[in-house]
Design a protein around this ligand. Structure first.
Ligand SMILES: NC(=O)c1ccc[n+]([C@@H]2O[C@H](COP(=O)([O-])OP(=O)(O)OC[C@H]3O[C@@H](n4cnc5c(N)ncnc54)[C@H](O)[C@@H]3O)[C@@H](O)[C@H]2O)c1
Length: 277
């Protein structure tokens, strides 16, 4: 594909896409939005029934989708997903959205090593596996696109979120690296870094009981966006060839503070946290 032609291409349009964690929240919104853009979607999720529900919604809207059960933290299952997706869609995959993720909160010394492993298994290894198995396919195809769902947590470094923050910082670092490394291979990369989006992430996560209800309430009632808007915006940013999607004002503000005054920002966090019981 010529340089001119590939720069006119919109990866979100008529995509042959794989979306992980497509059974709920942001992943479901990505799958539905891709279908609206005349795409064919493989909805992968550890929860097969949830993935099938997303497929039903897409089929009702008149588009084509398939459900596959996959634990993204298990390399063999992601390799299987990559192979099966191509067979089901009868077309090479052109876009992978590494979205599956889990929420984990609590003080550093409250977290068990099992908590850490669970969080990194899904949030970090899931994304590494997705990139590992799809990048060679995109190179062979001559083009492709990747959306990695990180979080504003990848740079906000808020207290009581150590494992989650680490997992998402890794996703952002990987996305930044691949954005530059894969440019000459005509593979686009976008890294999504939202703050609060109303989904099931708190309800289904491992969040300390002392604030799980409050956190879920904040997520469901005070988020400045919806999963549908986030998915739409991210696909538009990918089409424009942008690396970062920071959908909300607070995500942009934290990014600016962290980048321009990192020491002051850390002191501010430490100071504020003294008043949290
Ligand atoms: N909701 C937010 O406020 C928010 C903010 C920033 C980033 N994110 C990120 O967005 C992504 C999507 O989360 P969400 O908010 O839509 O949550 P969600 O809980 O609504 O959806 C997550 C989906 O991932 C699936 N999943 C969990 N473990 C899996 C595994 N091992 N393999 C495959 N699928 C698995 C779940 O079954 C679920 O369908 C996550 O990576 C999350 O970290 C969410």
């Amino acid at each position: 594909m010529s340089f001119l032609k590939r720069n006119k291409t919109k990866p979100s349009s008529k995509a042959y896409a794989v979306v992980t964690g497509a059974g709920s929240g942001i992943g479901r919104s990505f799958a539905l939005e891709l279908a609206k853009r005349n795409g064919t979607v493989v909805c992968a999720d550890i929860n097969l029934d949830a993935a099938k529900e997303t497929v039903d919604l897409i089929e009702k809207a008149g588009a084509t989708a398939f459900a596959i059960q996959c634990d993204v933290g298990v390399a063999e299952q992601v390799e299987h997903l990559a192979n099966e997706a191509e067979k089901l869609m009868k077309h090479p995959v052109t876009l992978v959205i590494n979205n599956a993720g889990v929420g984990l909160g609590g003080k550093f010394d409250e977290l068990s090593l099992d908590d850490w492993r669970w969080c990194l298994h899904v949030n970090q290894w899931g994304v590494i596996h997705g990139c590992h198995y799809f990048v060679p396919r995109f190179k062979a195809l001559g083009y492709g696109a990747i959306i990695n769902v990180a979080s504003a947590a990848s740079y906000t470094a808020a207290p009581e979120m150590s494992a989650y923050n680490v997992s998402k910082a890794g996703v952002r670092a990987l996305s930044e690296t691949l954005y530059a490394e894969l440019k000459k291979d005509n593979i686009r990369v976008n890294c999504l870094c939202p703050t609060l989006v109303p989904t099931n992430i708190i309800k289904d996560g491992r969040i300390p009981e002392r604030y799980s209800k409050l956190a879920d309430h904040a997520l469901m009632n005070f988020a400045m966006t919806t999963s549908d808007s986030v998915a739409k915006l991210t696909l538009d940013r990918l089409d424009k060839g942008e690396l970062y999607t920071t959908p909300q004002v607070d995500a942009k503000l934290f990014w600016l503070m962290k980048r321009t005054a990192p020491n002051l920002y850390a002191k501010f966090l430490g100071f504020s946290y003294q008043f949290v019981k």
